[in-house]
Design a binder for this molecule. Structure first.
Ligand SMILES: NC(=O)C1=CN([C@@H]2O[C@H](COP(=O)(O)OP(=O)(O)OC[C@H]3O[C@@H](n4cnc5c(N)ncnc54)[C@H](OP(=O)(O)O)[C@@H]3O)[C@@H](O)[C@H]2O)C=CC1
Ligand SMILES: CC(=O)N[C@@H](CCC(=O)OP(=O)(O)O)C(=O)O
Length: 345
């Protein structure tokens, strides 16, 4: 059995920590260098007390020298830092970027929403998109999706692909836990402000995940989709619940029609769990698992589809999705080292 050696850059952060947690259970990937920025020189146990087998690992600086000599490099760095270091890594190493730097195909959209150096696009790490597994197989570069686009795309994919909805008025309202903002940003949200409150942010169509969501819907077959996206912070450590609505293409489409389309679309997707008809996704059931829980129906009063997805932003939304795609790239069983079993309560 081949064993691959992987470095994790940004190992002290939330995404890096979740990558390491999952990699510890991966039978064919061993953990090499763990790197960060200002915390270089510290021990990993100071940052991730839950990762007991790695407690004494020294955190190295993030540079090409420390990332050399690996088969895989996972980048869990802020945007920009990720794009810069990626340019210094050889063509032979598999680079899996959890940041946004290589997600958008359209450089103008990158400028509009990020306004920083555009690093081009890599194969996009959402295997459930039509034709995407072929693009990921054997690749040496993977752009891991944003957690919000993963949840909303998986909620809408079957409806768009089957032409159940019109795509010029898609509304996504999404609740997310603060770990989605990363450790560095999370410290700016005081517990006293988070607990007991729901707080919208990036309101008015300005969130940088909007073009990524639209890009994904184009990949599902939509022509010129328009997404109105409103996220809000809610008091849970992990989790995203994306509620997506859109006008039905034909008002006679029933809830049973919709459910049958979703059943067909996700019949072979082991990491997308379509709930029994009438049950609705809850974030808790996805915690620690590489799953998206999905449900959809119609609202006959307004003639709209209502589709909801729940994910763990750090699992299927980042680290789990990254490992799923890594498995595909390496030709391993897609589920190696991953679970569909969540943690409850
Ligand atoms: N959190 C989430 O749910 C998701 C995160 N992502 C993406 O994953 C990436 C990491 O996010 P997350 O873990 O949440 O962020 P964190 O803030 O929790 O962690 C950031 C990590 O990057 C390191 N770092 C910061 N600046 C630099 C730099 N200039 N050079 C090298 N290393 C640096 C930090 O090290 P140190 O501690 O030493 O400063 C830390 O290890 C981001 O691009 C994020 O957008 C994507 C999807 C979801
Ligand atoms: C709570 C929170 O702030 N969440 C982040 C999601 C981060 C993410 O998906 O990562 P990328 O930054 O790599 O796109 C947000 O909405 O911007």
């Amino acid at each position: 059995m081949t064993t691959y050696r992987a470095a994790v850059a940004g190992a002290t952060g939330y995404a890096g920590g979740e990558l390491l947690r999952l990699l510890l259970g991966h039978p064919q990937i061993e953990i090499g260098a763990v790197t960060a920025a200002k915390s270089a020189g510290s021990r990993l146990g100071e940052h991730h007390p839950h990762l007991v087998p790695l407690a004494d690992r020294r955190v190295e600086p993030t540079d090409a020298e420390h990332l050399a000599g690996h088969d895989i490099v996972f980048l869990a760095l802020p945007h920009g830092a990720s794009g810069e270091i990626a340019e210094q890594l050889g063509d032979e190493v598999l680079v899996v970027d959890c940041a946004a730097d290589h997600r958008l195909v359209d450089g103008n959209k990158w400028q509009q929403y990020y306004g920083s150096t555009y690093h081009g696009s890599w194969p996009y790490g959402l295997p459930e998109l039509p034709g995407q597994r072929e693009k990921l197989t054997g690749t040496k570069r993977i752009a891991v999706p944003g957690c919000n686009p993963t949840a909303s795309t998986l909620a809408l994919l079957p409806a768009v692909a089957a032409g159940l909805i019109t795509v010029d008025d898609i509304v996504v309202v999404l609740a997310t836990g603060p770990s989605g903002a990363g450790k560095k940003l999370a410290v700016t949200y005081l517990a006293a402000e988070i607990m007991g409150s729901a707080t919208p942010y990036q309101v008015g169509g300005i969130h940088r995940h909007t073009p990524e969501m639209e890009q994904n819907l184009i990949a599902c077959g939509a022509a010129d989709p328009k997404v109105s996206f409103t996220p809000m912070l809610v008091p849970m450590a992990r989790g995203i619940l994306a509620t997506c609505t859109a006008k039905l293409a034909d008002p006679t489409i029933t809830a049973d029609d919709v459910y049958a389309v979703y059943q067909r679309a996700y019949a072979d997707e082991q990491f997308v769990h379509l709930l029994p008809q009438g049950s609705w996704p809850q974030t808790q059931a996805t915690v620690g698992a590489n799953t998206a829980h999905v449900q959809a129906t119609v609202d006959p009063h307004t003639g709209r589809l209502v589709a909801i997805a729940a994910i763990d932003n750090l699992a299927k939304g980042t680290a789990g999705g990254a490992i799923q795609c890594t498995n595909i790239a390496l030709g391993l069983d897609e589920a190696t080292g991953l679970t569909t079993i969540g943690v409850a309560p």
